[in-house]
Ligand binder design. Structure first.
Ligand code: KG4
Ligand code: ZN
Length: 353
């Protein structure tokens, strides 16, 4: 029997099982991560971050990222199995990020996952990284019900979504240019705050006292879209103009003023989306979701509007493999087919792929 037939038959046998054991692999950017879940429960989560390696370049160098994934992945898998106190033979399904992300980096995880699935003769499921960010919430909020509004703010995406099931995600509004995380990263670079930008801007903003004028993207407009390029340019212009007049820049004040506007538009659109759709549950997802000003602001504004918010722990906002494993669990429950060994890595991917 061919591998794909064995895999598909096995998936049908376990589809209705509540406690499916899934091994998740994530290598789309600069984190090599392996996790194990049983149903929606986390059994193990191991991450090897390359932040220190890329920091001196001021951003992720794709070739270096791929090489380090190769060096780390065996070790991280072993650690995850130890943490879960399981062996490879206990795994029911291998789930892996197949996009979006850096192609070379994705290919490391994908080739590794394919080899495991083939050797163990178990189903392979390719997971969309963004679906991973959204479904990460189920690790913490197991009884979260569909449909819900998701405020997605990551390094590559910024959107408000209506999540109806694993396969049905409506985009209610999205960014017309830069993503929120991308804007945080660029502003950090302009202010000389280093990499990764988001947490550095957040730290600097905590020391800010005075506000510097920054425009609020799409203020007063009726749609649910986002734009960050104007805000980013305002920071760049402010820094250049101030420097050219021979004045000192207070980077703490700039960081604070930028963050207030960047986060403000996220909160505003999420609340408006909930009201428009009559869905009073907002779920936060993506790396920018680790930002305390966003978390606190969203919690406060939602409470004022009678809306419940679900904030995943910060460790589940940034990249990890638990989110990939739990997303695969929902994919299985939503009748996904096992993937073939021909599955390819994708640098970009639509939300409903
Ligand atoms: O969600 P993620 O892994 O990106 C994509 O999948 O595209 O998150 C990475 C992004 C980066 O842009 C990073 O600067 C940002 O999330 N980020 C933050 C914080 N922590 C990470 N942005 C603002 N405040 C933070 N604390
Ligand atoms: Zn991510």
């Amino acid at each position: 029997m061919k591998y794909i037939d064995i895999a598909r038959e096995k998936l049908e046998k376990i589809r209705d099982k509540k406690d499916i054991i899934i091994l998740g692999i994530e290598s789309s950017c600069d984190e090599t991560a392996v996790a194990i879940t049983r149903g929606k429960d986390a059994l193990a989560s191991q991450i090897s971050s390359q932040i220190d390696i890329h920091a001196r370049f001021g951003g992720v160098v794709p070739e270096i990222a791929s090489r380090n994934h190769i060096l780390q992945i065996d070790n991280i898998l072993e650690k995850a199995l130890l943490e879960a106190d399981l062996q490879l033979k206990d795994i029911d399904v291998v789930a892996v990020t197949y996009g979006a992300g850096l192609l070379g980096a994705l290919l490391v995880g994908l080739a590794y996952a394919k080899s495991l699935a083939y050797a163990l003769k178990i189903p392979l499921i390719g997971v969309n990284h963004i679906k991973g960010h959204i479904f990460a919430n189920f690790i913490t909020y197991k009884n979260l019900e569909f449909p819900f509004i998701c405020l997605l703010a990551s390094g590559g995406h910024t959107a408000v979504l209506k999540v109806k099931s694993y396969h049905k995600v409506d985009v209610l509004g999205s960014t017309c240019d830069d993503a929120a995380g991308e804007a945080f990263d660029k502003v950090a670079r302009v202010l000389g705050l280093g990499y990764p930008g988001g947490p550095e801007v957040e730290k600097a903003a905590q020391k800010g006292e005075n506000s510097v004028f920054m425009p609020r993207p799409f203020k007063g407009e009726d749609h649910l879209n986002f734009s960050y390029s104007g805000l980013k340019t305002a920071v760049i212009n402010y820094v250049h103009n101030t420097k050219s007049r021979g004045l000192n820049i207070n980077k703490y004040d700039v960081a604070k003023s930028f963050q207030t506007q960047a986060v403000g538009v996220l909160i505003e659109n999420a609340i408006r989306a909930a009201k428009k759709e009559n869905i009073f549950n907002i779920v936060l997802a993506g790396g920018v979701g680790a930002n305390t000003a966003l978390r606190e602001g969203l919690k406060k504004t939602a409470a004022e509007n009678g809306i419940r918010v679900y904030l995943p722990p910060k460790s589940l906002c940034t990249d990890n493999a638990l989110m990939i494993a739990v997303a695969a669990y929902f994919a299985v429950k939503d009748n996904v087919q096992a993937d073939s060994l021909e599955m390819d890595a994708r640098a970009s991917l639509g939300l409903n792929s």
